[in-house]
Design a protein around this ligand. Sequence first.
Ligand SMILES: *Cc1c(COP(=O)(O)O)cnc(C)c1O
Length: 328
Amino acid sequence: MQLGNLSRYPLATLPTPLDEAPRLSKELGIRVLVKRDDLTGFALGGNKVRKLEFFLGDALNQGAEILVTGGGPQSNHARTTAAAARRAGLEALLVLVGAPPQEINGNLLLDKLLAAEIRFVQLPSQDFDANDRAIAQAAQELQAQGRKPYAIPVGGSVPLGCVAYLLAAGELLDQLKAANVKADYVFVTNGSAGTQAGILAGMKYYGATIPVYGISVSRASAPCAERVSKLVQETAEFIGVPLALAPGDVIVNDQFIGPGYGIVTPEARNAICLVAQTEGIFLDPVYTGKTMAGLIALARQGDIPHGATVVFWHTGGQPGMFGYAGEF
Ligand SMILES: *Cc1c(COP(=O)(O)O)cnc(C)c1O
């Protein structure tokens, strides 16, 4: 499928700003610019809004009437999918992993306001494959009932979602060019890998060489890197454009996960407070807080050289913060 022929349902306010972060930069001894995908606009924003433009376009082409996806109880992806469904006059079924929480807050509260149908399933936490199977099964059940479901895997990390970040990389490259900035790194969170894979695919697509440094918030480096490589390859096949990776192109650091996915670390807490107090920008406790903790540590250790220019890709997630009030 040619890139230009993909259906795209407009949701995001684009381009998102590329902001200088002068006080944070001074603190870290590097130049930090923040790509504000927390400000994609729709339904409290975040990276999933870009991906959903393509899923919704495809779903409507297929005549779907209900979007089916899943994640954790505080899934940003689930919240945004449920809102995107409503925007297009569709329904949403969310397959959330875990026990129904005692307190309804953060993204889960927003899911309820959207009147998404919510199904809690007991699965090994962090087993994305099991969650994806539960999503597929829920969609099959709806189909058997004569409904028209459209299933979206956890995080939307399939080629159609990666395409959104391939294009977003082009958006960033245009902004860097217009501002006459030469970036040495792009830092981004790796959750289900699609955002990093999409940005990396975009660097290849547009002939740019800025390293894309992924910070994992769930899995070890090796499986994350494997997933990124596979997604870049599949995206290349999907759009019919070669996007060959060279050794060393896929960078994933798993040193900032802490005890596990969704568990706030002291370093992430400090990073969230530092960015709030230097720049008035809010990060989130599950994804961007840990990624910023990684950038801070690597800058302070000198692994990111003094004076380097880093684009920190802010992927949103702030509604999740309200599910973590007790941690702060
Ligand atoms: C989903 C999510 C990510 C991770 O994106 P992937 O494409 O799954 O790697 C990062 N930040 C936030 C806030 C998210 O909701």
